[in-house]
Design a protein. Structure first.
Length: 186
């Protein structure tokens, strides 16, 4: 498979914090995109789909946008801020390392993935669901809604090959190794 430069597509990035940790999510859109308004709206709807599992301190910090073939991100349009539904008062230090990854493939066969932090695993996983570190759309209305949003709401999310991505009907779940190491150090 071909390698593509990191700036081959336009990129929209949000920065957020939850449980005292800062994170970012980068969304790739078609290289021809010059305005971030539509992707900001889509991200806002996606975040609303996930509100039921977000810690109530989940906060958008900033958004920025970078044109294709450029490296400088400039201030962008903030998406509608979500309201987390899970009280931080019930959290543990280890919850800051929990992540879900949305995964898919572009029509050219390249991988696409996106990680999200600041979610409460207990609000996503019930009973034996997720025991294999995978949560199917059929097991979670939130994941189902979020995957539908990724696949069906415009603009299309693209991979680093500038081809539309199709997102799988599940998320992978685990504690991120980097964050676990950081938490161990204190």
């Amino acid at each position: 498979m071909s390698d593509y430069a990191p700036n081959y597509t336009a990129r929209y990035r949000i920065r957020y914090s939850s449980l005292g940790k800062s994170h970012s999510m980068t969304w790739r859109v078609a290289a021809s995109t010059t305005d971030d308004t539509a992707i900001a709206a889509k991200v806002g709807l996606f975040l609303a789909d996930m509100e039921g599992s977000m810690w109530d301190d989940w906060t958008l910090v900033a958004a920025d946008f970078c044109l294709a073939d450029e490296d400088a991100f400039l201030p962008g349009t903030l998406p509608d801020p979500p309201t987390g539904a899970v009280a931080v008062s019930g959290s543990f230090a280890s919850d800051a390392a929990f992540a879900v990854s949305f995964v898919g493939r572009t029509i050219a066969g390249n991988k696409a993935r996106m990680f999200m932090y600041g979610l409460n695993d207990a609000s996503l996983v019930r009973d034996a669901k997720g025991n294999d570190f995978k949560l199917l759309s059929s097991e979670s209305a939130q994941i189902s809604d979020a995957v539908v949003r990724l696949n069906e709401t415009s603009p299309a999310i693209v991979g680093n090959d500038n081809q539309p991505a199709t997102w799988y009907e599940y998320v992978n779940m685990k504690h991120n190794d980097r964050w676990v190491r950081r938490l161990r150090r204190g």
